[in-house]
Design a protein. Structure first.
Length: 872
RNA sequence: GCCGACGUAGCCCAAUUGGUAGAGGCAAGCGACUUAAAAUCGCUCAAGUGCGGGUUCGAGUCCCGCCGUCGGCACCA
C-alpha cells in the first residue's frame, strides 16, 4: 500500500490542521474568571480515563474511547457548549521503576520519554484536547495536592451521626470533654484509631524479589504478576484508608448515576453488603477455657440457629490458643502452620477439598443450650465477619461438604416445601427448631431472631446477639515499598508516634537517588536516603510511598483548574465544571479506580471542598478491540496494531472513523485492516465529491460543485442525515451515524450537479468524526463560494439544524399482509383514510386469492406502515 | 458455581413502542473505463435472525427452557 498513490493528500492536510489548532489554541476551554469566559454558555465535561504511559506506546485500543469523547466534544462545541476535554498521565507505577532497576535509568527519565511519545501519538490523531490543562501525576506541582488530600484524610474521622467525614479537631474536642482525665497518650491512641488514614498491622502480599507489597490483583497464583516471583503472606505495618466507613453511601449513591447496570452491580457485589446477626456462643468450661468466655459468629441465617451443629474458627482466630486442648494441640499447631504458609489464593481455591481440625473444645448454642464442637478450618476467613461461623451443614454448601467429610451431624431445620435432596440453601419453612419459630417462613423467622427494626429480637432480648450488617469490602491498604510513588507527608518521632507535616511543607519530594533498588527487607528504598529520612533532630520521615491509584483518584478535579497554586481546585471551577458529564474507559477499572475515586470525592465533599457527591455522572465502558485473529492483542501473539502505522497508510481521519465504524462502542470487536481500507475509501469518495484531478494530477475543486438549488431528494437525504447523525452522536451510536453519512455520500456522488449548500452542511456533520478532511474541504469551498460557506473553521461553527418538512412525503408505501404474511405493497396518498386503505388493499391482485371465500375477521392498520387483513 | 454481555448473509454490523429482516462497510461475481492492470464508477449475489417451546393478527424484538462464545467474580458465612 505504501507504494500505492494516496487517494487524497491526508498527510499534508492533517499536519497542517493539527499545527493550526495547536498555534491558535482552538480547543482551549475558558474558566470562570478568564477574560473570554462566557457564563451564559452551558458546560460539558467529557473525560477519558488517562493512560499509564508505558514504553510500548499506544495500541489501537487506546484511541477507541478517546475518539468517542472527541466526537462528543467537537459536537457539543458546535452546539454552543463550553467543553472541557483534557488529557494527562497516570505516570507513577511499577514498570518505570522496574525498568530503572534493571537499566539504571532514573524513572523520571523513562517517564518523560514515554509521555513525550504518547503525546506525539495522540496529537497525530487530531484529538481536540485542551493541552494547556495537561497533567502528570508525577509532577510535584500535582502530587503536592495528592499529599494535601492525604493530610485531609489523616486529619478527618467518620462521624456516624452525620454519616460523613468531619475534621479530626472536632473529635479531639469532644473527646476532651467526655474524658477530661485521660492521658495524652491514651487520647492520642484513641484519635489515631479513628482517622480516615491510619496505621495498622495487616497481612500483606510480600514479594521479596520485588521488595514490595503487592495488591491482591497483582498476585497470580502465588506469584507476582510482574516477574513471576514468589509472594508470601506477612504481617506488616501499613497505612490504611478507612473506605469501609463509606460502604453504605458507596452503594446508595450509585443509584442516581447514569452508569451501565452491570458496573453498578459489580460495585455493589464488591462492597458486598449482607444483613444478619452476631450470635454469641458461650464456651463450655473445658480444660483450658475459662468459663464465661464466648465466641461471636456472624450469620445471615439466624433462622437456622437450631441447625448449627458445630462452630468453625479461622485458623488465625485469637481464641484458638486458649481453647485448644492438650490432646489436640499438636494437630492444631500443625494445621495452623500449613494454613499460614499458604497464599491467600491457595486458601480460597474453591475447587480444593475442605480441611480442618477439631480443637477439643465445645461451645453452647444459646438457643437450645446444646454442646457443639469447635473446629478450625481455613475455609473460614479471619478477615470477614468475626472470623468465626456457626456451621449449619443442612443449609450451607460449604458446611455440608465439611460435615460430610468429618462425619459431623447434619440437622435439617428448613423445609424447602418441595422435594429437594441436595443441600437446601434457599428460603422455606422452619422445622425441628422450637415453638418460637417452627412453622414460620424464613424471613419471618429471621425477624423473630434479630428484630424488625422497632422491637429487638430474641437474640438481643436474651443477650445472645445483635443485628449486624457486614461488608466484604476491606479498608484500603495504601502504602507501598517503592521509590516511584508519592511520598507520605508524614513523619515519626522518637517515641514511635506518627504526625502529619504541615501544608506549608508540601510537596514532599522524594530525594534524587542513584540506588532505588529494594533493600531486600521490609524497609522501602527511601529508607536508604539517610539525609532525607532525617527530618529533625528527633523525627524521621515516613519512607513508604502511595500506590498508583492515588494520583488517579482526583485527576478529574485538577483538570478543572490545573494551574491553581493555592488550591487543588477553586470553588468557582468546581461549581462550574463538576461533575463529569461523560466518562469513558475500560471495564478493567470498573471496580477499584472508580470506587477509590468516589470515596475520595465523598470525603472532600463532606469536608466542604466539593459541591457534588459523585464525580462521574455518566459512565461508558468501551469494548476491547481484539487482533485480526479474534484474540486479545498481545506482544506475544504478535497481533498488536500500532495506530502510527494505520495513520501512515490511511491517515488519522481514517483511523478515527474506523475505530467508530467497527461496531457499537461498548462491544468487543476484532480489528480489520480491510475495514480500515473501507472507511478510507469512503473518505476518498468524500474528497472526490468536491475535488478532481487536473491533467498534471493536481487536486482542484470539481466543476460539478456549484451554487444550485438542491433537488427534493437531495434535501431529503441531507436533512435525514442531519437528524440521524445528531441523534446517534447523543446516544453514542457512532457506527450508524457513519453509515448514514456514507449513504449521503453515495447519493451525491451519483449526481452530476452537486449543490454546494448541501455539501457545506454535510461537512459540519462529518467534522466531529473526520476533522481534518472536513476542515480542509470547507476551507476550499469557502474560498470559492464565500456566500454559501462562510470563511470560518467548522470547529467553531454551529451544527446544522434539520427541517422536518423535508422529510415528509406526499405518498407512502404501505405493506399489505393477509394473516400476518406479506402479500403485496401499495403506494397510497398520505391523506388516505383507513377505509380507503382497506378497500384499496382488498382490490390488489395478489391479495384477492387469500381473502376470496373467507370471512374477514379483523383489519389491523398501522398508520403509515401496514395493513393486515385477518381472514379465514 | 455465580454475575454480566453477545449470538442476524462468507465476515464486521443495521433494523422507534412487537409492524416489509438490510442502512453502511468488507469479501465475492459481473459490467464500464484501460493496450493491460491497479484505482475509480455502476450493477449483482447472499441469511429467515444459535436451538426448542409459548404469547400475538404479526416476534430478530416479549415470556419460558436450553446451547455456544467472551468478560468478570469466586469458600464473604
Amino acid at each position: 500500500m505504501s507504494e500505492r498513490r494516496k487517494q487524497y493528500p491526508f498527510d499534508e492536510i492533517e499536519a497542517q490542521w493539527q499545527s493550526l489548532w495547536d498555534q491558535q489554541k482552538t480547543f482551549r476551554a475558558s474558566n470562570p474568571g478568564d477574560p473570554d469566559f462566557d457564563p451564559e454558555k452551558p458546560k460539558y465535561y467529557a473525560l477519558d480515563m488517562f493512560p499509564y504511559p508505558s514504553g510500548q506506546g499506544l495500541h489501537v485500543g487506546h484511541p477507541e474511547g478517546y475518539t468517542a469523547t472527541d466526537i462528543i466534544s467537537r459536537y457539543k462545541r458546535k452546539l454552543g457548549f463550553n467543553v472541557l476535554h483534557p488529557m494527562g498521565w497516570d505516570a507513577f507505577g511499577l514498570p518505570a521503576e522496574q525498568y530503572a532497576i534493571e537499566h539504571g535509568v532514573h524513572p523520571r527519565e523513562t517517564t518523560e520519554k514515554n509521555i513525550a511519545h504518547f503525546k506525539a501519538q495522540l496529537q497525530r490523531i487530531g484529538f481536540s484536547y485542551d493541552w494547556d490543562r495537561e497533567i502528570n501525576t508525577t509532577d510535584p506541582s500535582y502530587y503536592r495536592w495528592t499529599q494535601w488530600i492525604f493530610l485531609k484524610l489523616y486529619n478527618s474521622y467518620f462521624d456516624t451521626e452525620s454519616n460523613a467525614a468531619r475534621p479530626i479537631a472536632q473529635l479531639i474536642k469532644s473527646r476532651e470533654e467526655d474524658f477530661p482525665g485521660e492521658s495524652a497518650g491514651e487520647r492520642n491512641a484513641y484519635i489515631n484509631s479513628r482517622r480516615l488514614a491510619y496505621i495498622d498491622e495487616v497481612a500483606v502480599n510480600w514479594c521479596p524479589a520485588l521488595g514490595t507489597v503487592l495488591a491482591n490483583e497483582e498476585v497470580i497464583q502465588g506469584k507476582s504478576e510482574r516477574g513471576d516471583h514468589p509472594v508470601e503472606r506477612k504481617p506488616m505495618r501499613q497505612w490504611m484508608l478507612r473506605i469501609t466507613a463509606y460502604c453504605d453511601r458507596l452503594i446508595e449513591e450509585l443509584e442516581d448515576l447514569d452508569w451501565p447496570s452491570g458496573i453498578k452491580k459489580l460495585q455493589q457485589n464488591w462492597i458486598g453488603r449482607s444483613e444478619g446477626a452476631d450470635v454469641h456462643f458461650t464456651l463450655d468450661a473445658g480444660e483450658s477455657a475459662s468459663t464465661g468466655d464466648r465466641i461471636t459468629v456472624f450469620t445471615t441465617r439466624p433462622d437456622t440457629l437450631f441447625g448449627a451443629t458445630y462452630i468453625v474458627l479461622a485458623p488465625e482466630h485469637t481464641l484458638v490458643d486458649e481453647i485448644t486442648t492438650s490432646q489436640q494441640l499438636q494437630e492444631v499447631t500443625a494445621y495452623r502452620q500449613t494454613a499460614a504458609s499458604k497464599s491467600e489464593r491457595e486458601r480460597t481455591e474453591t475447587s480444593k477439598e475442605k480441611s480442618g481440625v477439631f480443637t477439643g473444645s465445645f461451645a453452647i448454642n444459646p438457643v437450645n443450650e446444646e454442646k457443639i464442637p469447635i473446629w478450625i478450618a481455613d475455609y473460614v476467613l479471619t478477615s470477614y465477619g468475626t472470623g468465626a461461623i456457626m456451621a449449619v451443614p443442612a443449609h450451607d454448601e460449604r458446611d455440608h461438604e465439611f460435615a460430610s467429610k468429618f462425619g459431623l451431624e447434619i440437622r435439617q431445620v428448613v423445609d424447602p416445601g418441595k422435594k429437594d435432596d441436595s443441600c437446601f440453601t434457599g428460603e422455606g419453612t422452619v422445622i425441628n427448631s422450637s415453638p418460637l419459630i417452627d412453622g414460620l417462613g424464613t424471613p419471618e423467622a429471621k425477624a423473630v431472631m434479630i428484630g424488625n427494626g422497632k422491637e429487638p429480637g430474641w437474640l438481643e432480648k436474651n443477650g445472645a446477639g445483635m443485628p449486624r450488617i457486614n461488608f466484604k469490602l476491606r479498608d484500603w491498604l495504601f502504602s507501598r515499598q517503592r521509590y516511584w510513588g508519592e511520598p507520605f507527608p508524614v513523619a515519626w518521632d522518637d517515641a514511635g508516634n506518627h504526625f502529619a507535616l504541615s501544608e506549608e511543607e508540601l510537596p514532599v519530594e522524594a530525594p534524587a537517588m542513584d540506588d532505588f533498588k529494594p533493600t531486600g527487607t521490609a524497609d522501602p528504598p527511601l529508607s536508604k536516603a539517610l539525609e532525607w529520612v532525617k527530618l529533625h533532630e528527633h523525627s524521621t520521615r515516613e519512607t513508604n510511598t502511595m500506590p498508583q491509584w492515588a494520583g488517579s483518584c482526583w485527576y478529574y478535579l485538577r483538570y478543572c483548574d490545573p494551574d491553581n497554586k493555592h488550591d487543588f481546585i477553586s470553588r468557582e471551577a468546581d461549581d462550574y465544571w463538576m461533575n463529569v458529564d461523560l466518562y469513558v474507559g475500560g471495564t478493567e477499572h470498573a471496580v477499584l479506580h472508580l470506587l477509590y475515586a468516589r470515596f475520595w470525592h465523598k470525603v472532600l465533599h463532606d469536608l466542604g471542598y466539593l459541591k457534588t457527591r459523585e464525580p462521574f455522572q455518566k459512565l461508558v465502558n468501551q469494548g476491547m478491540i481484539l487482533g485480526e485473529d479474534g484474540q486479545k492483542m498481545s506482544k506475544s501473539r504478535g497481533n498488536v496494531v500500532n495506530p502510527d502505522e494505520v495513520i501512515n497508510e490511511y491517515g488519522a481521519d481514517s483511523l478515527r472513523l474506523y475505530e467508530m465504524f467497527m461496531g457499537p462502542l461498548e462491544q468487543v470487536k476484532p480489528w480489520s485492516m480491510k475495514g480500515v481500507e473501507g472507511v478510507y475509501r469512503f473518505l476518498a469518495r468524500v474528497w472526490r465529491l468536491f475535488m478532481e484531478e487536473d491533467q498534471e494530477g493536481k487536486w482542484q475543486l470539481s466543476d460539478k460543485v456549484s451554487n444550485v438549488e438542491p433537488t427534493k431528494k437531495q434535501l431529503r437525504i441531507l436533512h435525514e442525515t442531519i437528524k440521524k447523525v445528531g441523534h446517534d452522536i447523543e446516544s453514542l451510536d457512532f457506527n450508524t451515524a457513519i453509515s448514514q453519512m456514507m449513504k449521503l455520500t453515495n447519493e451525491f456522488t451519483s449526481a452530476d450537479s452537486r449543490p454546494v449548500s448541501s455539501l457545506a452542511a454535510f461537512l459540519h456533520l462529518l467534522n466531529p468524526f473526520a476533522p481534518h478532511i472536513s476542515e480542509e474541504l470547507n476551507r476550499i469551498i469557502a474560498a470559492a463560494f464565500p456566500d454559501v460557506a462562510p470563511d470560518e473553521q467548522l470547529a467553531n461553527a454551529s451544527w446544522p439544524i434539520f427541517n422536518e418538512d423535508y422529510l415528509v412525503d406526499d405518498e407512502m408505501e404501505i405493506v399489505v399482509q393477509v394473516n400476518g404474511k406479506l402479500r403485496d405493497k401499495m403506494i397510497v396518498s398520505k391523506e388516505a383514510s383507513e377505509a380507503e386503505l382497506e378497500a384499496a388493499a382488498k382490490q390488489l391482485d395478489k391479495v384477492q386469492p387469500f381473502i376470496e371465500g373467507a370471512t374477514v375477521r379483523k383489519v389491523i392498520i398501522v398508520p403509515g406502515k401496514l395493513i393486515n387483513i385477518v381472514a379465514n
